[in-house]
Design a binder for this molecule. Structure first.
Ligand code: NAP
Length: 284
């Protein structure tokens, strides 16, 4: 596995395995085992995915040493604020069956994220989490968080895929030495992405699949790519995406696919903010 170095000195694998929308505990646990056996070392979950226990079981069953893995989970909106964050962190750690996290992220830019950040800075100082970061933050929100606090986020996990390339955010993060991490790299298959003509023809030139081309395009842009699959053959396919290089011309061609809008929802839309505030509570 290849790594990037974060602004706090810790290393993060360039490719990760995500477990969003795997509600069945047996499937989630087995997927984590399969992914780790395939070679993935970064596992990305969240309190709101409801599968932290299953992910922990998969980690234990994989037989790979804890120190060789990079485990991320995320704080949900209803647990923001200093006290709630300290409590939610311990709940996540207990569910995962771990005694430290590699990366803890504020999942959404809503609620008392400033109180949360103070708790997360403290957890990092105590050695309970190695790196702290955010998710779905726009550049202006990151800049404010950074200027108002001691620790600059190490990571911002955002939607990045060929339909929503997030050039402004990716450039901003690079300039500010914050690692971009791509969620929904395949836009969850929307607009028939796996059969796109351009991505298919670029893949043919390298004897690679569309999925592999997309993941390589992301890692060549400097992002950590999170791929999710419950199928072992796809896990392997996605994992084998670092052993070729797209040309500048191919990178430019892929840039032309940008629709410049989220394939899911706009995090700045007040109706979306209201809907997300109403979702899930952290269950003890
Ligand atoms: P995604 O990775 O864009 O797409 C996953 C879908 O693609 C699944 O339906 C999977 O199907 C399919 N797939 C995977 N590899 C494939 C391949 N090689 N060929 C054909 N189909 C393939 O979407 P995502 O799961 O939403 O995003 C990835 C990860 O990002 C998540 O698991 C999660 O960890 C993270 N995430 C974070 C946020 C956030 O707000 N921070 C939001 C969404 C996701 P099968 O499983 O059936 O193979």
């Amino acid at each position: 596995m290849e790594f990037n170095t974060l602004n706090d000195g810790n290393r993060i694998p360039k490719l990760g395995f995500g477990v969003f929308q795997i509600p069945d505990p047996e499937v989630a646990s087995q997927s984590v085992v399969d992914a780790i056996e395939t070679g993935y070392r970064l596992i990305d979950t969240a309190a709101s995915y409801g599968n932290e226990e299953a992910v922990g079981e998969g980690i234990r069953n994989s037989g790979v040493a804890r120190g060789d893995l990079f485990v991320t989970t995320k704080l949900w909106v209803s647990d923001t604020g200093y006290d709630a964050t300290r409590k939610a962190f311990e709940t996540s750690l207990r569910k995962l069956g771990l005694d430290y996290l590699d990366l803890y992220l504020i999942h959404q830019p809503y609620g008392d994220v400033y109180g949360s950040w103070r708790a997360m800075e403290e957890l990092q100082r105590e050695g309970k989490v190695k790196s702290i970061g955010v998710s779905n933050f726009q550049p202006d929100r990151i800049m404010d968080l950074k200027l108002f606090n001691d620790v600059t986020p190490a990571v911002n996990q955002i939607e990045i895929n060929p339909w929503n390339q997030q050039k402004e955010s990716v450039d901003f993060l690079r300039e500010n030495n914050i690692q971009s991490e791509a969620w929904a790299p395949f836009a969850e298959g929307q607009h028939d992405i796996f059969n796109n003509d351009l991505l298919t023809s670029i893949g043919k030139a390298h004897d690679k699949s569309v999925g592999q081309v997309i993941l390589r395009w992301l890692t060549q842009r400097g992002a950590v790519a999170l791929a999710k699959s419950t199928h072992r053959n796809r896990m392997e396919e996605n994992f084998n995406s670092l052993d070729f290089t797209l040309t500048q011309e191919e990178m430019d061609q892929i840039a032309s696919l940008d629709k410049k809008e989220s394939q899911f929802f706009d995090h700045r839309d007040p109706a979306a903010v209201e809907r997300i505030h109403g979702l899930v509570r952290h269950v003890d």
